[in-house]
Design a protein around this ligand. Structure first.
Ligand SMILES: [Zn+2]
Length: 461
C-alpha cells in the first residue's frame, strides 16, 4: 500500500484516546482473524504465506464455502488464495476483492512490541501488517463470512484475490493473471491495498482518496564502455566522464506534462484545500493543464511532480575496477516512474536519444505498464455512499499513486482496478513498512462496516 500524501492538508492537533468498548460478535470475529493473521510471519523467504492461506481457507470452509470455490495456488515458497462467493448472476460479471498476504520484513529486536503478535494499546492495533495489509485481508475475509452467515446472495460473483508477494516480486499476481485468469476474471477489482482516508491531527476525517491509477515502475541501466588502460597515461575518452555527461543530459531533460481525468480531479480538490502558491498552481493546472507556470510550480514540489509527468532519476552508480586503471565501464541505474498509458519502451527510447549512440540503455527486468482505470460512476457512487456512512461530507478525490502494487497487473490485463481501502488514519500515525506499524482500533472496526456496506451495495444492485 502506498500512502496518499495529503500532508499539506493536515494541521497539528491532539490525538484522542481510544476507548475499549464491548465488541459485537462480528467485531470479535474480525479481531480474532486479524490476530491470527498478524501471528503468521509472512515475510519473504519464510514459507509462511501458504500456512496463512490454509488457515483462511479453513475459515471459509467452516463458514459454508464449498471446497471447489476455495483455491490455494502455490508459487515457490509463497501462494495466492482465491475464494469465490457465488452470486445469482443477475447483476453482471464478477468483482474481485483484493489484498496481499505477505508483509515487509520486520526485525523484532528493533520493535517496541513483538511485530508478530497483535497488540492493542493506546487505541491502536500494533503489529507488522496491521496497516499493510493484513487489515484488508482480515476485513475482506471477515465480511465474506459475515455475509454468508446472513444468507446474502450477491447479484454477481464476488472473488477474493489474496496474493502472496506484493512487497517483493509481485509474481503471484502475475501468475494469477497469466495462468488462472478463469478464477479471477472480473468486470473490475476493488483493492484494499490502495486509496483510503486521511484523518487530520484533530482526529477528524479530512479527505478520501480513491485510487484509479498507479505509475509504472521501471529502472534502466545506463552504461559507458572503454578499452581502459593505465591511469598514468590518461586520454580524453573515459567511461566515467562519459557516464557523467550522459547523466547530465538526463538531468536537464523534463518529460512532457501529462494529465488524466483522475489527476485533474485530484488537483481541483487538493487545490481548494491547499494554501499558498502550490494550491494556486494546483487550481490553475486543474483548470488548464497547459498552463506552464502552474506545471513548473508543481514540478518543483516533490509530492506533486509525479502526478504531472514521467520522472527519471539516477539512484545507483558503479564504475571502474582499480584506482590506478582507466575505467573499462561505468553504469548508473536510473529509476523511472512512468505516467499511466506510456509504454516502458518509449521511455527507454527517450533516454537513449538523450545520451546518444555510444551509451547503452537497458531496461532492468520486464516491467508492466498499465493505463489509468476509468472513473466508473457505479464504483465512485458506491464508495462515496459507504465512506459517507462513517464520515459524512468528507470529500472523495480520485488519486493516481506514484508507486505501484498488484493493481498494476490487473489493470494491465484489462481489469479496471480501484484502490478503495476504508482505513482512515493520520499521517503522523502511519508507519507503513517501518517500525511499530499500527492502525487506530476505531478505524479498524469502522473499516469492517465500510466493506460490509460496500459489498451489500455494489453486490445488491
Ligand atoms: Zn501493500
Amino acid at each position: 500500500m502506498r500512502t496518499i500524501l495529503f500532508s499539506v492538508l493536515l494541521a497539528l492537533g491532539f490525538a484522542s484516546p481510544g476507548l475499549a468498548a464491548e465488541l459485537t460478535p462480528d467485531q470479535a470475529k474480525a479481531r480474532e482473524i486479524f490476530a491470527r493473521l498478524i501471528s503468521f510471519k509472512t515475510e519473504v523467504g519464510l514459507g509462511q504465506v501458504p500456512v496463512m492461506a490454509k488457515y483462511l481457507a479453513d475459515e471459509f470452509k467452516a463458514a459454508g464455502f464449498p471446497a471447489e470455490d476455495i483455491h490455494i495456488l502455490p508459487l515457490g515458497e509463497t501462494a495466492s488464495l482465491v475464494v469465490r462467493y457465488r452470486g445469482d448472476g443477475s447483476g453482471g460479471r464478477p468483482i474481485d476483492w483484493m489484498a496481499h498476504m505477505d508483509v515487509v520484513t520486520a526485525k523484532p529486536e528493533d520493535w517496541q512490541r513483538d511485530p508478530f503478535a497483535l497488540t492493542e494499546e493506546n487505541g491502536f492495533f500494533y503489529g507488522r501488517g496491521t496497516q499493510d495489509i493484513k487489515s484488508g485481508v482480515a476485513l475482506l475475509a471477515a465480511n465474506f463470512l459475515r455475509l454468508k452467515k446472513e444468507g446474502f446472495v450477491p447479484k454477481r460473483d464476488f472473488v477474493i484475490v489474496f496474493s502472496g508477494d506484493e512487497e517483493t516480486e509481485m509474481a503471484t499476481i502475475q501468475d494469477l493473471v497469466n495462468h488462472h485468469r478463469d478464477l479471477i476474471d472480473a468486470e473490475f477489482a476493488l483493492n484494499s491495498d490502495g486509496g483510503g482516508g486521511a484523518l487530520g491531527e484533530d482526529g477528524k476525517a479530512k479527505i478520501y482518496g480513491l485510487q484509479t491509477a498507479e505509475k509504472t515502475y521501471a529502472s534502466f541501466e545506463i552504461t559507458t564502455r572503454n578499452p581502459g588502460g593505465h591511469s598514468s597515461l590518461p586520454r580524453a575518452d573515459n567511461a566515467i566522464y562519459e557516464l557523467a555527461d550522459a547523466l547530465k543530459k538526463i538531468q536537464a531533460y523534463r518529460f512532457p506534462v501529462m494529465w488524466s481525468d483522475t489527476t485533474l480531479a485530484y488537483f481541483k480538490a487538493s487545490g481548494a484545500a491547499t494554501p499558498g502558491p502550490v494550491g494556486e498552481a494546483m487550481r490553475r493546472f486543474a483548470a488548464n493543464p497547459r498552463d506552464e507556470a502552474a506545471s513548473d510550480t508543481l514540478n518543483a514540489t516533490p509530492a506533486e511532480v509525479g502526478k504531472t509527468r514521467t520522472t527519471c532519476i539516477p539512484t545507483l552508480l558503479r564504475g571502474g575496477h582499480a584506482d590506478n586503471a582507466l575505467p573499462q565501464s561505468a553504469t548508473a541505474t536510473v529509476n523511472c516512474r512512468i505516467f499511466p498509458g506510456v509504454p516502458v519502451a518509449d521511455v527507454g527510447k527517450t533516454l537513449a536519444g538523450l545520451v546518444g549512440d555510444k551509451v547503452e540503455v537497458k531496461v532492468i527486468g520486464s516491467p508492466a505498464a498499465s493505463d489509468a482505470s476509468p472513473l466508473r460512476p457505479d464504483v465512485m457512487a458506491a464508495v462515496t455512499r459507504s465512506v459517507h456512512a462513517m464520515h459524512p461530507e468528507v470529500q472523495i478525490v480520485p488519486v493516481q499513486d506514484s508507486g505501484a502494487s498488484d493493481g498494476l497487473y490487473l489493470r494491465a490485463a484489462g481489469i479496471p482496478t480501484y484502490g478503495v481501502s476504508g482505513m482512515f488514519i493520520k499521517d503522523s500515525d502511519s508507519f507503513l513498512h517501518g517500525l511499530n506499524e499500527r492502525v487506530p482500533v476505531q478505524s479498524y472496526y469502522d473499516e469492517m462496516d465500510y466493506w460490509y456496506r460496500l459489498m451489500k451495495d455494489i453486490g445488491g444492485r
